[in-house]
Design a protein around this ligand. Sequence first.
Ligand SMILES: [Fe+2]
Length: 294
Amino acid sequence: MPEFNVTQLTESVLNSYAGAPDPRVASVLRKLITHLHAFVRDSELTLDEWTRAIDFLNRTGQISGATRQEFILLSDVLGVSMLVDAINHRGEAGATDTTVLGPFYVGEHRVTPHGTDLAGSAPGERVLVEASVSDTAGRPIAGAHVDVWHADIDGMYDSQKPGYRLDEPHLRARFVTGSGVDAGRFSFRTVMPHSYPVPTDGPVGELLRAAGRHAMRPAHIHFVINAAGYQPLVTHLFVAGDSYLDSDAVYGVKPSLIVRLEPHDEPTWPDGTPAPARWYRTSYRFALRKETPA
Ligand SMILES: [Fe+2]
């Protein structure tokens, strides 16, 4: 009969999970229990702290739903999302760098024509994004699905606003990359993204305040790109010059993803339609890595 005390309990727990039929499940559980017990032992967790931790996790789940993903946000602000991302994207020469999905992806967006203005009458400086999708050798990929979303001038995603409807997206779209002379290309107009705080009205906000951390993310546009035969690409483009590039609350910035938005004062957009007095333009080529054979 083992003694379930501070020194022997961990081994008993490990033994009781050792028979998991799936070797990966057995291996992950062994490491999880080992590290979790070491954490509890090292920190000499009090009963009160344990109760508060359980309550924190309960509330993290309770506040989550179809349009709010507090657990993803928790993973993000603890750096776990970027660590998982880094482990799973090692050695991808020529492929675009990846970063966090973030908590505001709401699934597939409506397919939208190239050049569409995603912002409508929303306030903000106007930006033209001209982009393409290729393989790591630079060969264009036609028919790739590109989901785009970003926050408005107030730093809010449409899904954070009262009355949000999935079928009425704002600053969100899906593009399908072109073929022929437009092979791999897509473009859109929108408003200048701004830096914004991650939501701080839930458990993650409590965590950030307890740690004395700010909640800001540098201005960015999200992209998820899927193409048959290639690994999905989850990434952002960050706006050069943003004051939070060095201290992103979720550790998502990579230098290769920072783009300059060049100012323009021509009276028309490249397609000949009237442009505001000052507008901005940027371009980027996303490179996808081939799917690993099963
Ligand atoms: Fe974001």
